[in-house]
Design a binder for this molecule. Structure first.
Ligand code: PEP
Ligand code: MN
Length: 336
């Protein structure tokens, strides 16, 4: 930790800061410049709340040089985490990208879902993803089929051998969703629902944690830290875009740089969701390629049997044929 003192800070103020830190076991190195003094405090940052230093007389700024997360960071685990998703599919490290595809919402009548599932399987996807509990911006929009939707997903798994990923929106539903799903998704809106994150720590299934629309990468990693700290190390991070200035052309800003940044600081697998990141069908192919080129360990792509009549997110959903064409392109890219 670095404590930058004000230029006008007097010796008593400098010593007060040093004494406070020393009393907590920090070793202090003074750097006395022409204009101001900087203190380097070496020790365990968890012993002090940085704000309690920042408010001391004569202190200009407190800078942390250690990242605030522990378990998600490379400091605690150098090598990439590889998560076993079941059915022989692994994600992370040098594993080939895992492709998750499916409709935004699981809709009434299983036939459409089965068409997507068979198409996705044929194209080479490993996971069928569809929402049974839907977090919708408006309470008047389709809210999901709930358990009936979970049953459809389980039937699609039975028929195709695909793994099933679906969203859990609230703590009381974790048990029900985990009964059906192979992988639980936490939606962007719930990234900072800390009670839910803590409860997911007790679940014995991999978790896809989506980045909040207004979350920094550090906040995103700290949200993952909650789940791991509570006991579940199997967290997959999903970059799905953040709020931008221009929702006319793209729904969100796809933060591609977040992928290599996360891989630099964390050992966890990171996937990308170009569907929610862009909101536009024509952008899915270029952004999927960009995400793979940037090092994503997988993709989550919305695919619908009839996007024009989808209950949610039709504009960003690929048709089954478009998804197959995309997969052919991605296979070429992955070979290079
Ligand atoms: C979804 O995956 O369908 C979804 C609602 O995404 P997000 O939580 O990223 O908005
Ligand atoms: Mn969606």
């Amino acid at each position: 930790m670095i404590i930058v003192m004000e230029p006008q800070a007097n010796e008593t103020q400098i010593q007060n800061v040093a004494k406070k830190l020393e009393s907590l076991g920090f070793k202090i190195v003074f750097n006395r410049g022409e204009v101001m003094t900087v203190l380097a405090a070496i020790g365990d940052k968890r012993l002090i709340e940085p704000a309690s230093l920042a408010s001391m007389e004569g202190v200009r700024e407190v800078k942390l040089i250690q990242e605030p997360y522990k378990l998600v960071g490379r400091e605690s685990k150098m090598e990439d985490s590889v998560i076993d998703l079941g059915h022989g599919v692994k994600i992370g490290g040098n594993q080939p990208p895992v492709i998750m595809a499916g409709p935004c919402s699981v809709e009434k009548g299983i036939d459409g879902l089965l068409q997507v599932a068979y198409g996705a399987k044929e194209a080479g996807a490993q996971v069928l993803r569809g929402g049974a509990f839907k977090p919708r911006t408006s309470p008047y929009d389709f809210q999901g089929l709930e358990e009936e939707g979970l049953k459809y997903l389980a039937e699609a798994r039975e028929k195709t051998g695909l793994l099933i990923a679906t969203e859990v929106m609230d703590t009381p539903e974790i048990g029900l969703v985990a009964e059906y799903a192979d992988i639980l998704q936490i939606g962007a809106r719930n990234m900072q629902n800390y009670k839910l994150l803590k409860a997911l720590g007790k679940v014995n299934k991999p978790i896809i944690l989506k980045r909040g629309p207004a979350a920094s990468i550090r906040e995103f990693l700290l949200a993952a830290e909650y789940i791991i700290y509570a006991g579940n190390p199997n967290v997959i991070l999903c970059e799905r875009g953040v709020k931008g200035l221009d929702s006319h052309y793209t729904r969100n800003i796809f933060d591609i740089a977040a992928i290599p940044v996360i891989k630099k600081y964390s050992h966890l697998p990171v996937i990308a969701d170009p569907s929610h990141a862009t909101g536009r069908r024509f952008l899915i192919e270029p952004m999927s390629k960009a995400a793979i080129a940037a090092g994503a360990h997988g993709l989550m792509i919305e695919v619908h049997h009839d996007p024009d009549n989808a209950s949610s997110d039709g504009a960003q959903s690929l048709t089954i044929d478009q998804f197959k064409a995309l997969m052919s392109q991605l296979k070429l890219l992955c070979k290079q």
